[in-house]
Design a binder for this molecule. Sequence first.
Ligand code: DGT
Ligand code: CA
Ligand code: CA
Length: 577
Amino acid sequence: MGAVNLKIAEIFSEIADLLEIQSANPFRVRAYRNAARTIGELGTDVTEWIARGKDLRSLPGIGEDLAAKVREIINTGESSFLKRQQQALPPAITQLLRLPGLGPKRVRLLHDELGVQSLEELVSAAREGRIRDVPGFGPKTEQRIVEAIQRHLGEATARRLKLSTATQYAQALTDHLCALKVVRRVDVAGSFRRVRETVGDLDILVIAEDSAAVMQRLAAYSDVQKVLSAGPTRGSVLLRGGLQVDVRIIEPESYGAALQYFTGSKAHNIAVRRLAQERGLKMNEYGVFRGRKRVAGDSEESVYAAVGLPWIPPELREDRGEVEAAQEGSLPNLIELSDLRGDLHVHTKASDGHNTPEEMALAAQAEALEYIAITDHSRHLTVAHGLDPIRLGKQIDEIKRLNNKLTGVAVLSGVEVDILEDGSLDLPDSTLSRLDIVVAAVHSKFDLPRNKQTARILKAMDNPHVRLLAHPTGRLIGEREPYEADVLRIIRHAKSRGVCLELNAQPERLDLSEAHCRMAKDEGVQVCISSDAHSTLGFVNLRWGVGQARRGWLEKADILNTRTLRDLRKWLKAKAG
Ligand code: DGT
Ligand code: CA
Ligand code: CA
């Protein structure tokens, strides 16, 4: 049976649920439920059924009205009637209905009795034991609800792509669309434009003289696995690999409004719309309006200006204080890639890298960097062929010779020394003291209890040679949770010890997270954006680190490696001396 049958069945039963919640005529509700079952159980694909010239109305319980709705779903992938029903209710209702075991009656009860507006609020209500007090619910149901939500949220996060991966898809697809003559402008909005570390789907906006041609070109894209919907000005496709892409053709006079709206976040949009309402303005994806008159919409700047705000960088649009900061004129002046002057975490083939120090230095110079620190692993990390004091001593000499040869780029000698289980370091102070910079990192025993893990890291920072804590929480996006540790204490300890915290720019690490970046800034701790390059190609990762730093509100002055070499050397001396 075709996926389209399932889709139709799903949509009809959701309509039935939503009608039931609104206390609609029970016969009407039943009609949708029956139709859902009929089509869900139909042995052949409905599309084929129609193609064979059969009339949908010959199916039990399907009249002219439902037959038209089926045709709409086949043609567009969605149902405008369902949309209207969804819009008539708080969005949380739709979310809650998707949870297994929660029917319309119970959802309505939860909403009315507890006032829960989202899955997150439902989880808190469950944690506080408030669900068991709702008539008809007990502790067991409460527990089942929590588990269902966690599974649901877990599935949602598992399907998100890392930003670097999404970028490859986005680049290829926008190139494909831009090759069309009628296309004047293409932007990828949504979480992608906000530079979130993971992306759920791509929201692409287009200005073009001929929308039909754009939709055709989208559907013809070689990487499309399935066309989910194709209307005159919007289409959705599923790419091989599972990424969904929504494309919308926008009129130029609405483009800024659409870009603002579809960039989100939703929370940011709500906060901005509130300002519009205070000014008696109406704001949507088509523009900002006073009555029927459009007062803004062609550019994002015009949209923000209409509500009395300066343009806000997409990375900040999360309703985490940016609207207030914009009102006060105190938006941060965010760090840019071109502000970086060096990279203090670089590997060579002495440990697990692929190139020599010289090759790495020249590659860094080609990326407009003025200095790098060679920081290979220490001996404890045997899988990475880590260095002992003798090999490290040889590398220090090699780097000295190299610096005599190079012009325009400086190489610092360093190490990424392992923090052992007890917080001691993998190399003696006599070796560490010979280096320009010591980077310390945890690479083992990720599962220590929180207090031990925290104490281990604090102790490592007590070593006077340690100046940089690499990938401070050890997380790998979508693969490994951060280890249990008290990050605020680590940040405060770093402050007191003059240690800088790394923002590791590898796209699967991005560690510090954006929230921790902001925490570091609030505590007055410097952050260093490091490529952790393992080859000459690795420096391109710096862009992901800069993106994350911008989401963490960081400015040039917050980042250690925006300093000149001279200022960096001063900073390095300040503690060692
Ligand atoms: P994602 O795709 O999960 O990584 O996150 P987003 O932020 O790209 O979310 P998405 O694709 O569902 O929607 C794109 C943007 O459209 C979103 O950031 C804000 C806007 N948007 C979507 N739905 C609503 C809504 O119901 N109200 C408002 N104000 N904005 C919305
Ligand atoms: Ca999206
Ligand atoms: Ca979307």
